[in-house]
Ligand binder design. Structure first.
Ligand SMILES: Cc1cc2nc3c(=O)[nH]c(=O)nc-3n(C[C@H](O)[C@H](O)[C@H](O)COP(=O)(O)OP(=O)(O)OC[C@H]3O[C@@H](n4cnc5c(N)ncnc54)[C@H](O)[C@@H]3O)c2cc1C
Length: 410
């Protein structure tokens, strides 16, 4: 029997694997408990299966991209930064590559390779993996002593690291168990809300555009005082309930408590053209199709699916002959294409969100060690903590840095 200190890590996602491997590397006797029959199930679907591991910015850049409780992470990021993470993966044989906006991906474009590298790390660190569900954390006189498994078995340890993730995409195993454990042990759980989530809109016509994906559009989100809350350029998608896609998910994390349609989303379908350039472009098309009906004149300008909707929303009758369209009607069409307005009515539910905003209150966790200030020997790592980042690799960096620290100090 080993005389090393015993550690139990609950949850084999990004944070849990990093924590377990790091603790094992220190020679501790580590058991990693994962309720799925494989590790890193959520990691496999990150970055559309490519896994955006981190972001190649400086520490300030990391903090700026974590709008909720970013300051809590200074210590974690200085101890295990994004460049440490890249070195860590390259040391495990995983080459990385850098993309637009500092996004870092495995060179192979395969999230599975990230999971394999982490599995290699925990194997090398002699971590014992157990596939079971933890149902309770055991404590005695304010100190952690182990966990109970679903089959009733108890496992004892001197430290427990809770790395059970959030509540989004529950099919990956992130069903919020850790929030219950933490609450039972006296921790405060701040309200749990979806973040990086698709948006529902008032306009019913979006249903007609369901499935339409647009690559080069720009969006602007305005609040009820018409203050610009967010602006971005890139890819978005129409759905049966509203809008989704990368720039929409990012926009959602800049909105708080959607009520009374207070946010408007303006879409610019032709961001590369000024209004005058777009006018000239439309005039060229109108000359070409001068004898056609308006509805048949936009084929070279817009995707097919968008045409009937734009025609319906415009002030121009669909069967108006193009050479009869007035200058004012053309200007109105340009306004529509440069700033189509949607009224946001709500977020999609938590299970459809990329991350869960809220979690274990940060003032109850030591930022230098991730140890609970309430229960000795209890540590937290990853999305369970009340910190959340924008898209771009920041959420996984949070999971890896907090997991590393918890593994280092448990
Ligand atoms: C579709 C999608 C794409 C994403 N893409 C990116 C991206 O490209 N870049 C990025 O930075 N972030 C991305 N994220 C966010 C990122 O995946 C999470 O923030 C991150 O995985 C959190 O890591 P974690 O280890 O804290 O939790 P998780 O990865 O959720 O892991 C928690 C683990 O704990 C296990 N568990 C839970 N309860 C128990 C229990 N009672 N007993 C035993 N085991 C338990 C679960 O089965 C799970 O395996 C994405 C998220 C989604 C949903």
């Amino acid at each position: 029997m080993s005389n090393s200190k015993k550690v139990i890590v609950v949850g084999g996602g990004a944070a849990g694997m990093m924590a377990a491997g790091t603790a094992g590397n220190r020679g501790l006797d580590v058991v990693l408990i994962e309720k799925n029959n494989r590790l890193g199930k959520k990691l496999l679907i990150t970055g559309k299966g490519r896994c955006n591991i981190t972001n190649n910015t400086d520490i300030e850049g990391l903090i700026q991209n974590i709008p909720v409780n970013g300051n809590f992470l200074y210590s974690a990021f200085y101890t295990f930064s994004n460049s440490d993470l890249i070195d860590f993966f390259e040391g495990l044989g995983l080459k990385v590559k850098f993309e637009r906006g500092g996004r870092v991906f495995p060179a192979s474009d395969k999230a599975g390779d990230v999971v394999k590298a982490l599995e290699k790390y925990i194997k090398r660190s002699n971590v014992n993996v157990v596939n079971a569900e933890v149902t309770d954390i055991l404590t005695e006189r304010g100190k952690v002593i182990g966990v109970t498994l679903k089959n009733g078995r108890k496992l004892y340890s001197e430290s427990v690291i809770i790395a059970t993730g959030g509540m989004s995409y529950p099919g990956t195993g992130s069903t919020g168990d850790g929030y219950h454990f933490a609450k039972q042990l006296g921790h405060t759980i701040t309200p749990l809300k979806p973040s990086l989530v698709p948006l529902e809109v008032k306009e019913q016509w979006v249903k007609e555009l369901q499935g339409l994906s647009l690559k080069n559009v720009s969006i602007t989100v305005l609040d009820n005082k018409s203050k610009k809350v967010y602006h971005d350029f890139g890819e978005m998608l129409f759905t049966h309930f509203g809008v989704s896609g990368p720039i929409i998910l990012s926009a959602s994390s800049h909105m708080r408590n959607i009520k009374n349609n207070q946010y408007r989303l303006k879409i610019d379908f032709k961001p590369a053209l000024t209004e005058d350039q777009l006018d000239k472009r439309i005039q060229r098309d109108f000359e070409k199709f001068s004898r056609k009906h308006f509805i048949n004149s936009l084929d070279e300008l817009l995707p097919q699916k968008l045409i009937p909707v734009i025609v319906e929303l415009s002030s121009i009758p669909k069967d108006k002959v193009v050479n009869q369209i007035t200058r004012q009607e053309r200007r109105d069409l340009i306004d529509l294409l440069k700033s189509l307005t949607l009224h946001i009515t709500g977020f999609r539910p938590l299970k459809e969100a990329i991350i869960t905003s809220g979690g274990v209150a940060v003032n109850e966790i030591d930022p230098g060690t991730m140890e609970s200030k309430i229960v000795k020997g209890l540590f937290f790592a990853g999305e369970i903590i009340d910190v959340d980042g924008y898209t771009g690799g920041f959420n996984l960096q949070i999971a890896f840095s907090t997991g590393y620290i918890a593994g280092l100090y448990c």
